[in-house]
Structure formats: C-alpha cells, structure tokens
Design a protein around this ligand. Structure first.
Ligand SMILES: Cc1cc2nc3c(=O)[nH]c(=O)nc-3n(C[C@H](O)[C@H](O)[C@H](O)COP(=O)(O)OP(=O)(O)OC[C@H]3O[C@@H](n4cnc5c(N)ncnc54)[C@H](O)[C@@H]3O)c2cc1C
Length: 234
C-alpha cells in the first residue's frame, strides 16, 4: 500500500498573508495566500497550517494545496466544522490581510499513473491539484473520478470537475434523493458495477472510515496494495 506519511515535527515556518477568501459550498471556503519565495511542493501534497493570532499559533492542522506549484499564490480549499470549535471554525472568521502560518510541504498523495480517483467530501482536495496539473500537461485522459458527498450542494468545485471529467466522473449522494446523481455509498457493489477494470491505480481519500471501507472493498475485488494510493484527509 502506498501510504506516504507526513512529517509534522519542528520544521521551517512561513507567515503568509491571506489575499482572497470566498465560499465554495455552504461549508467549504477557498483561501488564497501569498507564496513564500522559493516555496515548492508537488500536486497532492499538504502542509501544516495555523492561524497567526494569539492562542492559535501552535494549533496546526494539515491542509492540501489546491493551487499548482507554478501558480504565483497558494490556494487551500477547506471544509469548516463549526461544531468542533477548532481551527477550521476560526479560519471561517478570517479576512483578507490576516495571516496564516504554514510549514513545509509533505508527502500525502502523489500521482502514479492513470486510474480511478475515489473521494469523499473534502477528501477530493489533494486530487484537485493533481487534476489541474494533469489538465495542464494534457494527461487527464484515462483517469476517472468517483465522488461521494452527503448532498448535491456539497460537491466541491462541481463546475470545474464537470469541465475536466465530463462523463468520466460519477457522483453519488448519501443523504438525499437525487435526480442528477447516483445515490448511496461507494461500496463493493457500486465499484463492481461502475469500475469493471481492477488492474489499474486507485486513489482513495476521504473520511477515515470511508477510506478503510473502500480499501477493504478494493482488496476483495482483487486490487493489490501496490495499486492503492491513499490518504485520510477529510
Ligand atoms: C494530509 C491531510 C490533508 C488534508 N487536507 C485538507 C484539505 O485540503 N481541506 C480540508 O477541508 N481538510 C483537509 N484535511 C482535514 C483537516 O486537516 C481537518 O478537517 C482539520 O484538521 C480539522 O481541524 P479542526 O481544528 O477544525 O477540527 P479538529 O482538530 O478535528 O477538532 C477540534 C475538536 O473537535 C472535536 N472533534 C474532533 N472530531 C470531531 C467530530 N468528528 N465530530 C465532532 N467533534 C469532533 C475534538 O474535541 C477536537 O479536539 C486534511 C487532512 C490530512 C491528514
């Protein structure tokens, strides 16, 4: 199994000013910040992020870059959990001009070749950077996306994903009926029905429970660990 672990130890820190904040869905925000000079990362990588305000500077949480390494600024796409009274709840209160503290980029998911991307909710974020990079390199073809969300309105960047994938993306919602999307969880039957070829790469990212369940299903369908790239990021 390809599990690239991150290093959250004492590392270099960078203060970055927030340049843009906007809502992506009802509970997901887009944060654009300045990029430190010479800062480099790979699509799919994450970094530890803290809020540069008293009492919050040591509260680091991992978030994935959704911008491309070649973009002039950094972009994060972040799901807010107001009920947790944690960092994301505070992030929702930030404005242009406020600062974040980021660490160095680390591991997480990396592209290993064409395959099926399986995402749950905010777990799609590492895939976003990979998709944007593949589009730029004209190598998106041959990849598919299976994207599970609670409701239709929760689909992050629905318009962009539609443009990138067209019919090569399949959406399912788990907490409402839908005339547009499939309904129900991504389980073994769903995979058997929608995928067919299990001799390719599978990228899995979402809530930890979903990741474990989907990987179990993939194992049962004959996918070896050497063809599974995973992260638990939502
Ligand atoms: C490598 C990696 C990359 C990631 N990238 C992204 C990304 O790009 N975008 C994104 O949106 N997310 C991403 N995540 C997930 C993100 O890190 C978490 O959503 C974030 O840490 C939550 O921080 P928080 O302080 O708001 O809440 P937490 O630190 O999770 O929780 C704060 C407090 O709330 C309580 N709590 C914890 N869990 C729950 C729960 N399930 N229900 C109720 N209360 C709870 C606990 O008391 C906890 O102390 C990533 C995760 C990883 C590992």
């Amino acid at each position: 199994m390809q599990r690239l672990k991150g290093c959250m130890s004492e590392e270099k820190q960078f203060h970055v000013e927030i340049l843009e904040v906007e809502a992506v869905t009802r509970n997901v925000g887009r944060f654009v910040t300045r990029k430190p000079e010479g800062y480099e990362f790979q699509p799919g990588q994450a970094t530890e992020v803290a809020i540069a305000k008293d009492g919050w500077k040591d509260e680091k949480r991992p978030f994935t870059f959704t911008s491309l390494p070649s973009d002039p600024n950094l972009e994060f796409t972040i799901k807010i959990y107001p009920e947790r009274d944690g960092v994301t709840d505070r992030l929702a209160e930030l404005e242009v001009g406020d600062e974040l503290i980021i660490g160095e980029p680390w591991g997480a998911i990396q592209y290993r070749g064409p395959g099926v991307f399986i995402a749950g909710g905010a777990g799609v974020t590492p895939f976003i950077a990979i998709f944007r990079d593949l589009e730029k390199r004209e190598e998106l073809e041959g990849n598919r996306l299976l994207f599970s969300n609670r409701t239709e309105d929760d689909v992050i960047l629905a318009g962009e994903l539609k443009r990138l994938f067209g019919d090569d993306a399949l959406y399912t919602v788990t907490e409402e009926e839908s005339a547009t999307y499939e309904t129900g969880r991504i389980d073994k039957e769903f995979l058997k029905d929608k995928v067919g070829d299990f001799h390719q790469h599978f990228y899995v990212c979402g809530p930890p429970e979903m990741v474990e369940d989907v990987i179990d299903d993939l194992h049962q369908l004959g996918v070896g660990d050497d063809h599974i790239v995973r992260e638990e990021a939502a």
